[in-house]
Ligand binder design. Structure first.
Ligand code: 6LW
Length: 530
């Protein structure tokens, strides 16, 4: 048996609600994506430490209606399971359709069209395959009648008729969390071990009071016995200044040699502001007296995790400090690229020798539509994103540039546009609660063919610069971006950073981008402790 050291978070940036499954020596991990498209990235690993994105589960428009939805609607927490040659992902589309199942023989895809499950109310579905061939749906739904407080929910179970992709028999509320007056018992998963059905769930809500709890029963329908040492994992008692917060929403995985690990979400706020959303962490689990103990001796998440597997090196790691995209040499954008809601493919074109062409669209980043925007996750607290814009693709009444996007209501963007006297203007806009303000403007001079625009983030501040004719121009510095945090903006997402193109009126004009790069600007060592 090998040994490999994982550094937390194993997937930095907006990778919330992880769910994991093992198939032999291979591990697969999925995440929620809300109103981004494609939805549910699927990651592959052979050592639980190094991950590579091999596709997106929901990569066809027909699978994923998102238009009109709020930024933090769309796809909620998914679950992934493998059974007899087939992969199952079960999830909720909060914008349209509700709970659904998709399947694939190859986890890289193609995945099936969603089968929406009639009668499955609530969120956070998971699937359990029992040894007797029966299959179960487990989910969470709010208590409607005689509800005493917001967040009062039940975990419920119903048998699943997988052949017809429908619920069968009667639903039963089996558990409502381990504490009295618990808030948001959710994200359940079921495991069978030594004759017990173990249920793991999240309690306390996905913010600072998040936790992982357990209960068990000899009968899938209950009654479930509380683990009186609950929660088995939380950071809520560590205080608001502890560098890793919001720990919860876990899923177990077992390695071929019998070791157990848990993936879960957690956040790393800076001075109380979370820019990266909820990230994916890893912990070791041992079983003592019939219950799991997370990171024995520590009882909380650690920066490093020793994993009893042979180190594996992915071809394209999902967590890297530097990404450079030379669009002229690329045939397609990688799986890591994200659009908003249901993108119109005509607005995006990767043209050999030219670059990435983005058609100037009329939807602003503020709309619950699909503005012309394509980006990647912000994975570091300190980073710089650059794009190189061809000057002859900048027009009057059109704007293009880099956006740091928290949601449609909160973002920062740089904009290149042409003035009435054909001068090139560089602007910076900050959108706060759906109100956009011009915060800086510079007129560029010189007869340059291309302009390099950059957006640099240093924790909770940003700066916007441009380089033309080898001259560096500072457009705006020390921009306070705390409003792009979960604490101010709300919602379930982390920031993404990308390129956009916007026009005041309908046009066929396109901005041509030669390159996009993203790089961390500070050493990533000790990442869990910032
Ligand atoms: C997720 C649920 C939750 O489905 O947040 O607060 C949802 N609770 O478990 C989105 O991540």
């Amino acid at each position: 048996m090998g040994m490999v050291t994982g550094v937390n978070p194993i997937l930095p940036g907006f990778y919330p609600d992880p769910s994991i499954c093992a198939v032999g020596d291979d591990y697969y991990l999925v995440h929620s994506t809300f109103s981004y498209f494609p939805g549910i990235p699927i990651m592959h690993s052979r050592d639980l430490v190094h991950w590579e994105q091999i596709g997106n589960v929901m990569d066809r428009q027909s699978q994923l209606p998102l238009n009109g939805g709020e930024h933090s609607q769309g796809l909620y927490a998914p679950a992934i399971r493998y059974h007899e040659g087939i992969f199952y992902v079960i999830c909720t589309n909060e914008t349209e359709g509700g709970n659904f199942i998709v399947t694939a023989e190859n986890p890289a895809g193609p995945w099936s069209e969603p089968a929406y499950l009639q009668g499955a109310d609530g969120i956070d579905p998971t699937i359990f395959f029992d040894d007797d061939g029966k299959v179960y749906y487990i989910g969470t739904h709010p208590i409607i009648e005689n509800r005493q407080y917001d967040g009062e929910c039940h975990i419920w179970i119903q048998e699943l008729d997988l052949e017809h992709r429908r619920l069968t028999g009667k639903p039963k509320d089996v558990w409502s969390g381990s504490m009295h007056f618990v808030h948001w018992p959710e994200g359940p998963h079921l495991y069978k071990k030594e004759g017990y059905y173990y249920m793991m769930l999240a309690e306390g809500g996905t913010e600072r009071n998040h936790s992982v709890t357990m209960c068990r029963s000899r009968n899938i329908w209950g009654p479930y016995e509380n683990h009186f040492c609950n929660p088995i994992l939380t950071h809520r008692h560590l205080g608001k200044d502890y560098p890793v917060q919001c720990v919860g929403h876990g899923d177990f995985v077992k390695t071929p040699s019998g070791e157990w690990y848990m993936v879960m979400l957690a956040s790393r706020p800076i001075d109380g502001y979370t820019m990266l959303g909820r990230e994916t962490f890893l912990a070791k689990v041992v079983w003592e007296n019939g219950w799991p103990v997370v990171n024995p001796g520590m009882g909380r998440l650690t920066e490093k995790v020793e994993v009893g597997l042979t180190e594996w090196e992915p071809e394209k790691p999902a967590a890297v400090c530097k990404r450079i995209y030379h669009f002229r040499e690329m045939k397609e954008l990688g799986y890591e690229f994200l659009y908003l809601r249901n993108p119109d493919r005509q607005m995006y074109c990767l043209c050999p020798d030219k670059g990435l062409k983005l058609r100037y669209g009329t939807h602003t980043l503020m709309e619950k539509a699909s503005p012309t925007y394509v980006g990647i996750r912000q994975q570091h607290h300190y980073f710089r994103a650059d794009t190189v814009v061809m000057t002859d693709s900048i027009f009057q009444d059109c704007e293009a540039g880099i956006a740091l996007l928290q949601s449609n209501a909160y973002y920062l963007r740089s904009a290149l546009t042409k003035g009435t006297d054909s001068e090139i203007i560089l602007q910076a806009y900050l959108c706060y609660n759906l109100e956009e303000k011009l915060i800086a403007q510079k007129v560029l001079t010189g007869a340059q063919d291309e302009i390099r625009m950059s957006l640099e983030v240093n924790g909770l501040t940003a700066k916007i610069e441009a380089v033309c004719d080898a001259v560096e121009i500072s457009v705006a510095r020390d921009i306070d971006i705390r409003s792009l945090s979960t604490e101010v903006a709300g919602g379930f997402v982390g920031c993404t950073v990308g390129m956009y193109a916007l026009s005041k009126k309908q046009t066929k004009n396109e901005v041509i981008l030669k390159e996009f790069s993203y790089q961390s600007t500070k050493c990533c060592c000790g990442v869990a402790l910032r």
